[in-house]
Design a protein around this ligand. Structure first.
Ligand SMILES: [Mg+2]
Length: 383
């Protein structure tokens, strides 16, 4: 597998793009957006705010595209610096529609200090801005541009709730049901796994047999602990067990998979197509969960969607539902869109909408469909 083996983005849609559009300016801003309450999981600890790293690209023919990445509260300043100091100047003057070549070149330009990691977050913000421009020039919403026939995407509410006591957990899950979700996920990874088992059992009792249910350990268990836990909750008919153990332990995933009937899911911590390639080949996963904010943007995400299709695996998403809804709606092998707990919908002009049957609806806005409310974000601008 090579970086240049990505799908040719020019193969999407039917619009011939002019070759007369050059990247004239690249600017980037960092926001630290507070959360209304502390949200915790097993390994990242407490989230008090999330970061947005927003990148604007201006073209020589008058288009402006906006891309972004996000974090759970750490690393955002470094991502901004990578764009400011290393990538902005590198791509200025390049043809903006040549997204595949830019993606490839940015990856190799930063390879020595990257091979994923923060570099993939920085490339993601730029790549998403370039796709915004591409869709705007084609006058199409993203989901249609990449071949989607319907804006609908199956989805679930992804809770960050390990710090909630059981009553608060159930209240939170009930809130998801009240909003119309037909699938919910909770965090696991308590010190004593029997407490996790009790929480899973209580949530299943609350939601009934017909609501889809997933759990996420944020890689907090070792392989044997994950096997013990999964055996103890198998009767609860879980759709998947997400990140039971560290994402780099590809063979450890396989051992867990061989010892449970619950399908495994991961992807939010895999930041290159190579890492996904290893996971697909070795980990016996049931679902792939790339995140366009850290896998190299829309170009990277579509590449993983392609790998998933070849491996006969459903493609899912992690985080940034406001963007992923458009990507997921266009995939014939779509699994579930994660509707994330960070309150991004308070800061965009098109908050995610659910259909009456609990499906997410991709926006019809021209471009990526993510249009930030800059007035709402302004108080949280850090530099
Ligand atoms: Mg997760």
């Amino acid at each position: 597998m090579k970086y240049h083996a990505v799908n040719n983005p020019n193969s999407f849609g039917h619009i011939e793009l002019s070759s007369e559009s050059y990247i004239e300016d690249v600017s980037v801003r960092h926001y630290a957006v507070p959360l209304a309450e502390v949200l915790s999981d097993a390994k990242h600890g407490d989230h008090t705010h999330f970061e947005l790293i927003v990148c604007d690209i201006q073209t020589s023919d008058g288009f402006k595209g906006t891309g972004y990445s996000y974090t759970g509260g750490r690393g955002g300043h470094a991502i901004k610096c990578l764009i400011d100091y290393d990538l902005a100047g590198f791509i200025k003057g390049r043809e903006c529609s040549d997204i595949q070549a830019l993606w490839h070149d940015m990856n190799w330009h930063m390879h020595y200090v990257g091979r994923g990691g923060l570099v993939s977050f920085a490339i993601s913000a730029i790549d998403i801005a370039l796709w915004d421009i591409r869709c705007k020039r084609a006058e199409q919403p993203l989901y249609k541009y990449i071949g989607g026939e319907s804006p609908m995407a199956r989805c679930y509410a992804g809770g960050i709730d390990l710090n909630f006591d059981q009553d608060r957990l159930l209240q939170n899950v009930q809130g998801y049901l009240d909003r119309g979700f037909g699938a919910v996920k909770i965090k696991v990874g308590k010190e004593d796994y029997l407490e996790d088992v009790a929480r899973v059992t209580a949530v299943r009792e609350l939601i009934g047999a017909n609501t889809q249910f997933m759990v996420d350990a944020n890689y907090s268990m070792d392989v044997d602990q994950a096997i013990d836990f999964s055996k103890a909750v198998e009767a609860n008919n879980l759709v998947w067990f997400e990140e039971p153990t560290v994402p780099d332990d590809y063979l450890g995933y396989a051992r867990i998979a061989e010892n449970t009937r619950i399908p495994l899911a991961m992807g939010e911590n895999l930041h290159t197509p190579f890492e996904f390639g290893y996971a697909i080949a070795q980990s016996k996963l049931g679902f792939l969960q790339p995140d366009a904010s850290n896998i190299g943007g829309i170009t990277g995400w579509l590449h993983i969607a392609d790998l998933a299709k070849q491996a006969n695996l459903p493609i899912c998403s992690h985080g940034m539902h406001e963007l992923h809804v458009s990507l997921m709606a266009a995939q014939p092998h779509a699994g579930y869109l994660e509707v994330h707990s960070f309150p991004i919908d308070q800061y965009t002009s098109a908050p995610l909408k659910l259909s009456a049957c609990g499906q997410a609806i991709a926006p019809e806005l021209i471009g990526t469909g993510v249009d930030f409310d800059l007035e709402a974000l302004r108080p949280h601008l850090t530099q």
